[in-house]
Design a protein around this ligand. Structure first.
Ligand code: ADP
Ligand code: 5GP
Length: 210
């Protein structure tokens, strides 16, 4: 590694991947995290699903047609992409790269298939799995959100068993019982990881004895 590469690596932001089953509260936690720790940048994903009431194109998602999404896959524009239930979702690669290169931390809130893809590519990523307090509570939350029909809820719940088993592939598991406690825990993880990664890099770059 030359001096310039070392400098770039040292100033690179931390990539945080937050995932877990649908309805566990990922979006809610990220909104709270944004409030208590505004320094991180959230990657806005692309999707082929229709906007829900109140969702804004470019803020909540980039809402694309399937044709446009597949064109972007062909152009290798995604860091990861996955078909989640009936729709495609993907993380724009250039945005994440540019954010990290500027030295800012970047959060991806994505499904488990996507997180596993990122894990293969980003060795310095920090992977956080959001766990529901129980399967019954997860079902209550999905139903309570009121954005899916009964059939769609059934499809999502059928996947839960497999999803919960994937928690072992993550660096951290955070139980979303109380929203503020879960968000505080994630903030603590981010700060700890930033310190650890900065320490590792300056150690390997400057001090061969550590
Ligand atoms: P996800 O983004 O994981 O699909 P959401 O953030 O949309 O999940 O949350 C699903 C539902 O659960 C929402 O109605 C949200 O208000 C509710 N919720 C999230 N976290 C909690 C919590 N800790 N306690 C109670 N309800 C919660
Ligand atoms: P929703 O349609 O409820 O917003 O999201 C459905 C699922 O897709 C959630 O689990 C969400 O985390 C996931 N998701 C959102 N954006 C992305 C993305 O860019 N990539 C992947 N793989 N999953 C995503």
């Amino acid at each position: 590694m030359n001096g310039r590469e070392r400098g770039e690596k040292r100033h690179r932001g931390v990539l945080l991947v937050i995932s877990g089953p649908s309805g566990v509260g990922k979006g809610t936690i990220c909104r709270e995290l944004k409030r208590i720790y505004p320094d991180v940048v959230y990657s806005v994903s692309a999707t082929t699903r229709s906007p829900r009431p109140g969702e804004v194109n470019g803020r909540d998602y980039f809402f694309y047609t399937e044709e446009k999404f597949k064109d972007l896959i062909a152009k290798d524009a995604f860091l990861e992409w996955a078909k989640v239930f009936d729709n495609y979702y993907g993380t724009p690669k250039d945005f994440v790269d540019a954010t990290l290169r500027r030295g800012q931390d970047c959060i991806l809130e994505i499904d488990i298939q996507g997180a596993l893809q990122v894990k293969k590519k980003e060795s310095l990523g920090v992977f956080i799995f959001i766990m529901p307090p129980s399967k019954e509570e997860l079902l209550r939350r999905i139903k309570g959100r009121g954005t899916e029909k009964a059939e769609q809820i059934k499809v999502r719940m059928n996947k839960v068993e497999w999803e919960l088993e994937q928690a072992d592939n993550y660096d951290y598991v955070v139980v979303n019982d109380m929203i503020n406690t879960a968000a505080e825990e994630i903030k603590r993880i981010i700060l700890e990881e930033k310190g650890r990664i900065a320490g590792d890099i300056s150690c390997s770059a400057e001090n061969t004895s550590c």
